[in-house]
Design a protein around this ligand. Sequence first.
Ligand code: TRP
Length: 330
Amino acid sequence: MTQTKATIVSGMRPTGPLHLGHYFGVLENWLNFQKEYKCYFFVADWHALTTEYNNPQKVKNFISELVKDWLAVGLDPKKCILFIQSQIKPHAELHLILSMLTPLGWLERNPTYKEVKHELAAKNLNTYGFLGYPVLMASDILIYRPNYVPVGEDQLPHLELTREIARRFNFLYGNTFPEPQAKLTEASRLPGLDGRKMSKSYNNSIYLSEDFSSVQKKIMSMLTDTNRKRKSDPGDPARCNLYPYHRLLTPTQIREEIKENCTQAKWGCVDCKKILLSNLEKLLIPIHEKRKQLDNNPSLIEEILDQGNKLALETAERTMSLVREKINFI
Ligand code: TRP
């Protein structure tokens, strides 16, 4: 018996190059999902416009960079559908219809909305589009009628809203949208070089496309356990910025060895950094090689996206026909 695979939808905003925090927080999961689910992964360029509306060119330029990062880490267009949100116009039509039935209160009390608006006060986010962001996100999701949506914790309120909007649509016009479940991804398991959250704005990131020589410099100048002044002082991995990196990149047995030699003052921090670098190299060099191939073959990205857009559009059109039928706007 052939069983249809469960469907997953997720998107990323094209606002900058991806870093190791994205790799361990999001992409690693996507790589696993593509093995067992029907996946729709898209570049959320309209979403990026909600905060970057004064600089659309910047958004545009990051689109192919983002797709290159995806392909370089191993997302496989034969296994998942990769596409660009703004190329699938039915997202906008569904957004319009869903906006009719979404009560303002649901949007106004969304905690992410309040937080981001406050954080980015300088950007003037007093816009209709920014308030309606979760309705657009609901459209992105519901138009593929998925079972699951992998999101970080900050996006959970948005997904809850998507479910509420789906329920309301179903109540008003008859059962149309399954309520998608969140697949919660552990947020940023990898801190930045300074121990804070890895983020472009903190200047503490290692980018997936960054030259390895630059990665080496960054790791070599990282602060470790600041109580450890000399190699002969015992170190404490719990106080070290580097150790969380070993947790993700170094096999358990070697990690235990590192811990022992650090706390017994047998190995210095440079020894420890060298082990990490060799593991980072194993992860990053194949990514860089794949990226180089993509840089040398720009028409390949175009073909991949054309194909992904086509497949996404087919599903989106099918859902829209159903929606138009339900509201009797045929
Ligand atoms: N809101 C998400 C973010 O800021 C991006 C996004 C847009 C998304 N539409 C989506 C994620 C649909 C999952 C599903 O990162």
